[in-house]
Design a protein around this ligand. Structure first.
Ligand SMILES: Nc1nc2c(ncn2[C@@H]2O[C@H](COP(=O)(O)OP(=O)(O)OP(=O)(O)O)[C@@H](O)[C@H]2O)c(=O)[nH]1
Ligand SMILES: [Mg+2]
Length: 589
């Protein structure tokens, strides 16, 4: 079951933050003032605006062994007292107590539950909190939530507990985001990355960066404030520049890894494309471990893209099978092809699957044919891998014509699916086969496959029983195409699949920025919001270099960079410049 709806909060929260102005000050946090101004303590909130007490089911909905209901606000203890027997004492802070919960309207016992209290400010929200660990049936949960409603507590809005935690300064923005990611984590890499954010590692890193900027700023402002002569000003500026440059490079390094961090969250999109009947759906089913897509000997079986979710090397992968690429008179199939092309354009990794048997020398498209094929415009940023399927059908050709023929067949098959000889096709031609023009070849391929499919499985190994070269032989025969980034496989016999999965995993890990076997520790930049603010910080640091001669302008750029870093974590304490200044310089001197 999904965690409580409160986790829609993260998205709402980030957008609320983005909408806020530069001077956004979370309630309960320090008031931020411009450098040179004076700090005014925030007024205490008026009594009538004091928070109400909220409650919600914090564990998943539905039947479970235990359900956790959380209460937060000034009325938490009073609510507990009303639910407990008159003579029962409230449990001590942070200790679980087995308690009988009673309906406040006197209708009897609600449940026998474990109750915990977390008096503020040492609680998740900073307010008085309580947790009721109930028997996890929908009826018990409903009865207890109803009872809390009777006590005039308010059901929590989505994300309201986290919002209160943020307002109380318990969590910064990256921790709130990390917490949301942690609750949504499906893979090992997502779990690790979310933990990095939720435990405050990202906040600490940003604070460290911001502190460096504020230190630089303090030095420059001292020159302005104390009107040092030009020589000293130049010396101070020369001392600050390498610090800013080093920081800029460090932030740029993290920005370069941003794509990987975002991919870990969203999942790597892998799309299988190729001509009809190449075995795309068979490959999807094999990788998914279940029959997700329909496989049939008829070309043009798949129409809608079929997506399954996998975990490769601890990374979430969305694997999509698509319609066979060809020109067709059938409007439904044509729509399928359009969707296949669209999916391939959005892919991070494209698997170009072709049929080794159909693309042997006699069936390979002629030179001119490629030009009349429509373009499959693929992102040059995507990774492209070639998969030549139905290796089992090559057996007899390999023995008849020798290794070279096999290699040529595999290469021709790859060419048929990607339209070129290189691993990463630029403006890939392709993969489309003109149904009408191809005519006889398509028909032949179809009828051959259809005959094979209707025959007992052993017969599908090929019309003439191959001499069955051992696997070492095959490796040798196809060493050349494999080195060129091709994978010769058979979805039917499983040949080459293990190697393909290993190669796929390697590419996926490379895409998220992880190489080798070292555990994935997570990226610092995992959202467009982080990328935006860090990009702004880098831009300001670049401008700082350009403006270094004009000390006031240069200071302004450093302030802008610090503000951008502050926005990532949701705090912009320009006032800290003042304390830095006093720490660095002896005023009395
Ligand atoms: N001999 C042999 N047949 C295979 C292999 N892989 C798939 N086939 C057969 O090839 C035919 C087409 O397979 P599909 O997986 O439906 O092919 P597809 O590329 O998804 O086809 P479309 O959806 O029509 O584009 C089926 O009869 C499969 O059983 C293989 O490795 N060897
Ligand atoms: Mg298919």
């Amino acid at each position: 079951p999904r965690p409580s709806a409160s986790w829609a909060a993260a998205a709402w929260f980030s957008s609320a933050w983005l909408a806020d102005s530069v001077n956004f000050v979370p309630a309960g946090q320090k008031l931020h003032v411009a450098s040179g101004g004076s700090a005014t303590p925030p007024p205490p909130p008026p009594l009538e605006q004091q928070r109400d007490t909220i409650f919600a089911l914090s564990s998943g909905a539905g039947r479970s062994a235990v359900a956790v209901v959380r209460i937060s606000g000034p009325g938490a203890d009073a609510a507990l007292r009303r639910l407990m027997l008159a003579n029962a004492a409230l449990p001590p802070p942070r200790a679980a107590a087995l308690t009988s919960l009673q309906a406040p309207d006197g209708t009897g016992m609600l449940d026998r539950a474990l109750v915990l209290r977390f008096p503020g400010p040492r609680s998740f929200t900073g307010e008085d909190c309580a947790e009721l660990h109930l028997h996890g049936s929908p009826a018990v949960v409903r009865a207890v939530l109803g009872a809390l409603g009777m006590l005039r507590l308010r059901p929590a809005e989505p994300g309201e507990f986290s919002r209160r935690a943020f307002d109380a300064g318990k969590l910064d923005l990256t921790q709130v985001e990390g917490l949301a990611d942690l609750l949504a984590a499906e893979t090992e890499s997502q779990r690790r990355q979310a933990l990095l954010h939720s435990t405050g590692a990202v906040r600490r890193q940003h604070e460290h960066w911001r502190q460096t900027l504020l230190t630089c700023l303090a030095r420059l402002e001292a020159v302005i404030d104390f009107g040092e002569d030009e020589e000293i000003a130049d010396d101070v500026a020369a001392g600050v520049l390498p610090l800013v440059q080093a920081l800029q490079q460090e932030v740029e390094g993290h920005l370069a890894a941003a794509a990987g961090g975002e991919l870990v969250r969203s999942g790597v999109r892998v799309v299988i494309v190729g001509p009809p009947n190449a075995g795309k759906s068979s490959l999807l089913n094999l990788l998914a471990g279940h029959e997700a897509a329909i496989v049939s000997p008829f070309a043009g079986t798949t129409r809608d893209p079929v997506t399954v979710q996998l975990e490769l090397g601890g990374v979430k992968v969305m694997l999509t099978d698509s319609a066979g690429l060809r020109r067709t008179q059938c409007p439904i199939e044509a729509e399928g092809v359009r969707r296949a092309v669209a999916a391939a354009q959005q892919a991070h990794l494209v698997l170009h699957v072709s049929d080794a048997a159909a693309s042997s020398a006699e069936e390979a498209p002629d030179e001119g044919a490629g030009e009349s094929m429509p373009e499959l415009p693929l992102s040059p940023h995507a990774v492209h891998m070639r998969v030549v399927n139905k290796a089992d059908l090559l057996g007899s050709r390999r023995t008849a014509a020798g290794p070279a023929a096999g290699a040529a067949a595999a290469a021709a098959a790859a060419a048929a699916s990607s339209g070129g000889g290189s691993l990463v096709p630029a403006g890939v031609q392709a993969a489309c086969v003109d149904e009408s023009r191809e005519g006889a070849a398509a028909g032949a391929a179809c009828s051959t496959t259809a005959a094979a499919a209707s025959a007992p499985p052993r017969m599908q190994q090929g019309a003439a029983p191959p001499a069955a070269p051992d696997s070492a032989d095959r490796q040798q025969n196809f060493a050349a195409p494999a080195a060129a980034g091709m994978h010769l496989v058979s979805c039917q016999t499983g040949e080459g699949i293990e190697q393909l999965v290993a190669a796929l995993k390697q590419q996926v890990l490379a895409l998220v920025g992880q190489s080798g076997d070292a555990g994935f520790s997570g990226a610092l930049v995992t959202r467009a919001r982080h990328r935006h603010h860090l990009g702004e910080a880098v831009a300001a640091m670049r401008r700082y270099k350009a403006a270094a001669g004009e000390i006031e302008l240069a200071c302004e750029e450093l302030r802008a960079a610090a503000r951008s870093l502050g926005r990532v974590v949701g705090a912009i304490d320009v006032e800290e410049v003042l304390s830095s200044l006093f720490e660095e310089f002896c005023i009395g001197k």
